[in-house]
Design a protein around this ligand. Structure first.
Ligand SMILES: NC(=O)c1ccc[n+]([C@@H]2O[C@H](COP(=O)([O-])OP(=O)(O)OC[C@H]3O[C@@H](n4cnc5c(N)ncnc54)[C@H](OP(=O)(O)O)[C@@H]3O)[C@@H](O)[C@H]2O)c1
Length: 284
């Protein structure tokens, strides 16, 4: 039996859909903090169970009978290391034989400010549970609001300089996760998962210009000025700080790697950025 945590989230739902292409519905458990969001999955014969990272007993119940568990990282930096530990502890306690974890590109050596991922990976490795680390690069969807805004203002802002971003859409990462969960031979594997090609923010501006038919340029700022510009756009201060620090990490090469592993796992080329952005930008 395969249990997917965070199943009510955007990635979790896609992983469930991909699993159903590979294994019978009776082998899939959708575990979610808000199971009421997943009534459609119940209608499709999926066992939906409550699983709150902050309530460890729910995790034990959710993992009852589980052979393989996917831990989808929580959305709250700071809280999630404790939450992830609870998931790993529950997977061990209930006798799971494999845990996959959605991590970040080069988690053990990244300039991107997401230390929870490396710490979670270490905790999993030290737990003795066989693991598969799914080190996802950025989601291409992260750049949908950036592209929309750029199409309206004529500018992409950032602090990433000539740094490249090898993003891929959630659907590609979901397919990779499902292939690892449903397949054999993945014990103690580390997968660096990224798009087949990488773009700079200047190239993102050019792409938005092509898609919208309007001139769009990239303006590179210091990290502090980029944070202030985001705050001026009404982005909450902590989010603005994080986004600006991410750009600093991108400038240092943190998301540039294109190892081709994602395409190999999913059996086809990754989805180009233009495919993700086009519906959002055209017609603005
Ligand atoms: N690589 C990237 O570019 C990127 C970008 C953004 C995020 N991420 C990471 O990838 C993860 C998955 O992405 P996503 O797009 O699926 O995010 P999402 O749509 O925001 O989904 C987050 C999921 O986490 C669940 N969750 C939150 N707190 C929880 C708790 N205490 N216990 C159990 N579940 C909890 C949510 O449940 P509810 O439905 O109950 O709220 C939801 O199912 C994120 O959580 C984040 O760690 C990566």
């Amino acid at each position: 039996m395969i249990v997917v945590t965070g199943a009510s989230g955007e990635l979790g739902r896609m992983v469930i859909d991909e699993l159903l292409l590979r294994v019978p519905a009776g082998q899939v458990v959708a575990a979610a903090r808000s199971p009421e969001k997943l009534n459609d999955l119940v209608d499709r014969g999926i066992d939906v169970r409550p699983a709150d990272y902050d309530r460890p007993m729910t995790l034990r119940d959710a993992f009852d009978g589980a052979d393989r568990v996917l831990l989808i990282s929580g959305p709250v930096p700071g809280a999630r290391l404790r939450q992830h530990r609870a998931v790993v502890d529950a997977a061990r306690a209930t006798g799971a034989s494999f845990i996959a974890y959605t991590s970040v590109a080069h988690a053990d050596d990244t300039p991107i400010p997401v230390p929870d991922h490396e710490r979670t990976e270490r905790y999993i490795a030290e737990s003795g549970l066989p693991y598969g680390f799914l080190r996802n690069n950025w989601y291409s969807e992260v750049y949908i609001p950036v592209a929309r805004r750029a199409a309206m203002t004529g500018e992409v802002l950032g602090a990433s300089g000539a740094g490249r971003i090898a993003s891929a859409p959630r659907a590609d990462y979901a397919a990779a996760a499902a292939s690892v969960l449903a397949g054999d031979g993945h014990d103690n594997s580390v997968y660096e998962l990224a798009g087949d090609s990488a773009f700079t923010k200047a190239e993102l501006a050019d792409l938005v210009s092509d898609l919208s038919g309007e001139p769009v340029t990239y303006r590179n700022l210091t990290t502090a000025d980029y944070r202030d510009a985001l705050v001026a756009q009404d982005v909450p201060e902590p989010d603005a700080e994080f986004t600006a620090r991410v750009d600093e990490g991108i400038a240092a090469g943190g998301l540039a790697d294109t190892p081709g592993t994602l395409a190999r796992l999913i059996g086809h080329p990754t989805t180009p950025l233009a495919v993700t952005l086009a519906p959002a930008v055209r017609g603005i």
